[in-house]
Design a protein around this ligand. Structure first.
Ligand code: SAM
Length: 301
């Protein structure tokens, strides 16, 4: 694939539509078994810090989602694409000592950090494994298979959904949370924020990923033969605090992917980051997280 490494970001006013001219960029689809370097957000220690922050913000929402889907002591839970292991740890407390959590992620570094953390905290009912979702072979083992912000990072999300479905027991529950990235907003409209949303989407789509997957999950669940498919949508919005910084932090963590995929150059990215920081610091602005779809269903008996 030949990509000219520059995107022209034209100057616009806040209200004008962001104009991005891509030079000879070909969208490509990577092969099925995606490797860690195909994930657009930096992983490892830095990635874990970002995921910890995101998980703190989402903690009450995800806790209620799991509770409403009947998580209880003694259950076995699969957390696929567990990242920093925050939901794994939350679920491990909910299922207690008689239950267990199996958590997988293909980022070996983050899995090693998670393993060290559970030893330090004395948590004994989580088993972490550095595995790709495409490679898991679980059959009828779990009461709940859960995955947050994984399917939008994959080229073939239907295969992982099938894997999650196979992994749960008949009558078990599949829960997926994922983004509808274009629903990410700020107020008042801001050029740098618009460029961040656009560049994230471009870098993801160039890898064959789908940052718009949120609403599509509902029909994907039905196509997968799941019963009682239900969903809701959440979107935390912030005028201050850590949540307001998620857009800036994410832009910072995707800058290499953006540069490597040739959708913007280093200088352009640096300018966007500076402007986004100013906008985030401004006490009169608000910034949302991306719109998040949460879909759940039952595997037929
Ligand atoms: C945005 S993070 C979400 C992490 C966690 N679920 C959370 O909500 O905090 C996406 C995670 O998916 C992992 N990932 C991406 N592709 C994967 C694959 N094919 N198999 C397993 N994990 C994958 C990444 O390493 C990353 O940790």
């Amino acid at each position: 694939m030949k990509v000219k490494p520059l995107i022209l970001l034209t100057q616009t006013t806040c209200q004008k539509v962001l104009a991005i001219k891509v030079l000879n960029v070909k969208f490509c689809t990577f092969n099925v078994m995606e490797q860690a370097n195909n994930y657009i957000i930096s992983g490892g220690t830095e990635g874990k810090k970002r995921l910890n922050l995101l998980s703190e913000i989402l903690y009450p929402y995800t806790k209620a989602l799991l509770e409403n889907n009947g998580i209880t002591s003694g259950m076995s839970i699969l957390d696929a694409g567990c990242g920093g292991g925050n939901v794994s740890v939350m679920a491990s407390k909910m299922v207690g000592n008689t239950g267990k959590v199996t958590a997988i992620d293909f980022d070996e570094q983050i899995i090693a950090l998670n393993q060290r953390e559970v030893v330090e905290k004395g948590i004994t009912n989580i088993q972490y494994s550095a595995t790709s979702i495409y490679d898991i072979q679980f059959k009828n083992e779990f009461d709940i298979a859960y995955s947050r912000f994984l399917l939008s990072h994959l080229t073939e999300p239907r295969t992982p959904l099938k894997k999650l479905t196979e992994a749960v027991k008949p009558g078990g529950t599949i829960i997926v949370e994922d983004v509808h990235f274009s629903g990410h907003f700020c107020y008042p409209p801001n050029e740098a924020f618009g460029q961040y949303v656009e560049l994230y989407s471009l870098a993801a789509k160039k890898r064959g990923h789908n940052p718009e997957i949120g609403p599509e999950l509902v029909s994907m669940f039905k196509e997968a033969g799941l019963k009682d498919v239900a969903f809701d949508v959440i979107q935390p919005v912030f005028a201050s605090g850590d949540g307001k910084w998620m857009a800036y932090i994410t832009m910072d963590k995707i800058k290499e992917a953006i540069e490597n995929t040739g959708v913007a150059d280093k200088n352009t990215i640096a300018v966007i980051l500076t402007k986004l920081k100013q906008f985030t610091k401004d006490e009169d602005t608000i910034i949302s997280l991306p719109r998040i779809f949460r879909v759940w269903a039952t595997k037929a008996n």
